[in-house]
Design a protein around this ligand. Structure first.
Ligand code: FAD
Ligand code: NA7
Length: 596
């Protein structure tokens, strides 16, 4: 507001009216007043421009202005020319949803309050939560088939081509091992035990089908408008949706959430798209893959290689450099060693250069040529199936982000957001696997989606906490972790400030069958500078997900080594090892276990 020192009351009155008329939100405020700060913060959270007249900074005119206003106290809030009142009344109006309605008046009318692009883990959670808060919501989900033509239903990666089929097939493999163990416990089978891929695939895919259906029903029950169409921005507030028959529809929304996930990366070598499959194809493959080469060494590669060998197949994993990049390397190598014990062959320091078809079929025969990363050595091998698992790319390239002005990391398609999952365009948000530098896990996408909806539409302030996220790699010997890998902890805190406790252990259930003795391993990394707080938790053993989940909660509460020592274990279990760890890594003491 320009200086009005020398103006008469009438002029001031007309200036005030002008200001109220011209601003969607006008707040008469005092810069030091905490209630005014609260109100201004609210509008900031709502992404609504709030014009504040700081009366304490206006000299003499303050008194004149206050004389003319009916409400003499601050904050004094006007929305679309309507007088709201002070802090309490504004907050109440927000909680009752009245404020949002008033803000909507006089502004552009959109088809939806929220459009979510992508009906996977994050998108479904966000859209259902927003609809439960009374918003008009649309979610679009569309699966572009793989180069092999594989397609699937609603629910995204986790349900169709990720966590769910992966864990069920891992379970299939574990049952095979359990059957071997069973003989040692006295079970007798008269017939030779074999595995039928088609039976497993059909059972797993029937279950997935039931989940797809369940998602549809729950969207309908929650009044979310689900559209099975591919969405792309044509304007910042408008998308084009193209369905599988090519029909185009256009929709507008006040706000958007991007949750388009990732898709497997290909190698870019001759024969990769023609002859190879990815995890997007594996779980619904209509035939047993036979002798398989898995290319890649991170978690998708090792998990798939692990369950395939568990089904009795001949499996080789081609590793370019290290196992499980980003995870604790001591643990990664131990998990790899266990895979080798379970029959997986590793071809280390090789990358494929060419895939050729020797014979078509289900499966056919493929020739793979690979070169060493350390020498000129070239090798060739013959496999029935080649599974590429060399990472996943954010699926953001063809959704018209340029039309909406959303910034994207050109190298990997990831979307940078602030700590409220907001992109550089204030009304567009992003969650899940497409985020830059965040965990690519289902529960993370779900939590981020839910909390985002509550912040957008219920005045909540809680943000998604991406720290100390527990996770598990479902290799034949499972690896659960939470917090820092050892390398990272050393880098951040320095070796001299850490105490690392560790132990090998032998699960009781492995003793009678006499397998995997002293292969299971537990390790915690404690920060000496902070009361030996546990900053890294690592577990290699059975039921790693179940074990790690509870310790994840403990780490959220800031558990220390002392508190772990004071926790009484449950006997006989694997998890109890964490309550009795005494040997530090630095001592070099014996960590083998011989009994309970
Ligand atoms: P997604 O679930 O991928 O959903 C995105 C959806 O958007 C997809 O359906 C996609 O088709 C759709 N879409 C994309 N573009 C458009 C568009 N333009 N218009 C309309 N729709 C579009 N996580 C775990 O927590 N535990 C595990 O054990 C685990 N195992 C995994 C195993 C494998 C093999 C893989 C590949 C992943 C695994 N994950 C696991 C990761 C987990 O699946 C992802 O983190 C999670 O699915 C991410 O959710 P999202 O909402 O970001 O994306
Ligand atoms: P990641 O974690 O991105 O790992 C990719 C792996 O593939 C890694 O071992 C790479 O080796 C390897 N890679 C990458 N490019 C090549 C080529 N050209 N040749 C051979 N090997 C290669 O991918 P994932 O698919 O396992 O997991 C992605 C996410 O999906 C994961 O976080 C889950 O949430 C689900 P490198 O170590 O770089 O040498």
């Amino acid at each position: 507001m320009p200086p009005i020192e020398n103006e008469g009351l009438e002029q001031i009155r007309s200036k005030i009216k002008e200001l109220i008329d011209a601003n969607q939100v006008l707040v008469f405020s005092k810069s030091f007043c905490p209630f005014c700060v609260k109100v201004k913060e609210l509008f900031k959270e709502l992404n609504v421009k709030c014009n504040a007249i700081e009366l304490d900074l206006m000299g003499k005119s303050t008194i004149a202005i206050l004389r003319l206003l009916l409400q003499k106290t601050v904050p004094n809030v006007f929305i679309n020319k309507k007088h709201i009142g002070g802090c309490d009344k504004t907050m109440k109006a927000h909680n009752d949803g009245v404020l949002q309605k008033l803000l909507g008046e006089g502004s552009e009318v959109f088809d939806y309050d929220l459009i979510v692009i992508g009906g996977g883990s994050g998108g479904l959670a966000c859209s259902k939560e927003a609809a439960a808060l009374g918003k008009k919501v649309m979610v679009l989900d569309y699966v572009v088939p793989t180069p092999k033509g594989t397609n699937w239903g609603l629910g995204g990666t986790c349900v169709n081509v990720g966590c769910i089929p992966k864990k069920l097939m891992h379970q299939t493999a574990l049952l095979g091992t359990a059957m071997e163990d069973a003989r040692k416990f006295g079970w007798e089978f008269s017939d030779q035990v074999t595995h039928n891929w088609e039976t497993m695939r059909t059972a797993v895919n029937n279950y997935i089908g039931s989940l797809n259906w369940g998602y549809r029903v729950s969207l309908r029950d929650k009044n979310v408008n689900y559209v099975n169409a591919y969405a792309e921005f044509v304007e910042p507030h408008k998308i084009k949706a193209t369905n599988k028959r090519g029909k185009e529809m256009f929709y507008t929304a006040a706000k958007f959430v991007l949750a388009t996930g990732e898709r497997p990366r290909y190698l870019g070598i001759p024969g990769d798209k023609e002859y190879c499959i990815t995890s997007d194809d594996l779980f619904s493959l209509p035939y047993c893959p036979g002798k398989t080469l898995v290319i890649g060494a991170s978690y998708v590669a090792l998990e798939c290689g692990g369950f395939l060998v568990g089904l009795g197949l001949d499996v080789t994993v081609m590793v370019r450099s290290i196992l499980l990049r980003g995870f604790d390397q001591d643990m990664a190598n131990r998990a790899g060693d266990c895979m080798e014990t379970h029959g997986v062959k590793f071809l280390r320091k090789f990358v494929p250069t060419k895939i050729e078809q020797l014979e078509a079929g289900t499966p056919g025969r493929l020739k793979v040529t690979a070169k060493s990363t350390e020498s000129d050595e070239i090798i060739e091998g013959e496999y029935n199936t080649v599974l590429i698992a060399v990472g996943r790319d954010a699926y953001t390239g063809k959704i018209g982000l340029d039309k909406a002005g959303v910034e994207v990391n050109a190298k990997n398609g990831k979307i940078p957001v602030n700590d409220e999952e907001q992109t550089n365009v204030p009304h567009i948000y992003a969650i899940g696997d497409i985020l830059e530098g965040k965990w690519e896990l289902t529960p993370v996408a779900v939590q981020a989606g839910k909390l985002l909806a509550r912040r957008l539409f219920a005045g909540a302030t809680l943000k998604c906490d991406y720290v100390n996220v527990p996770t598990t790699v479902f290799t034949p010997m499972e690896y659960g972790s939470c917090g820092y890998p050892e390398e990272k902890a050393v880098e951040i805190y320095g070796q001299e400030n850490l105490e690392i406790y560790h132990s090998l252990f032998w699960p009781l259930e492995f003793t009678v069958p006499g397998r995997d003795n002293n292969r299971c391993y537990a390790k915690i990394i404690c920060n000496n500078l902070d009361n030996e707080r546990v900053i890294g938790f690592h577990y290699l053993g059975p039921n790693a997900g179940e074990v790690t989940q509870g310790f994840g909660a403990a780490m959220k509460c800031g558990i220390t080594k002392d508190q772990l020592d004071n926790t009484i274990g449950i006997h006989p279990t694997c998890a109890e090892i964490f309550t009795t760890m005494e040997v530090t890594k630095s001592s070099g003491g014996d960590i083998t276990q011989s009994g309970c």
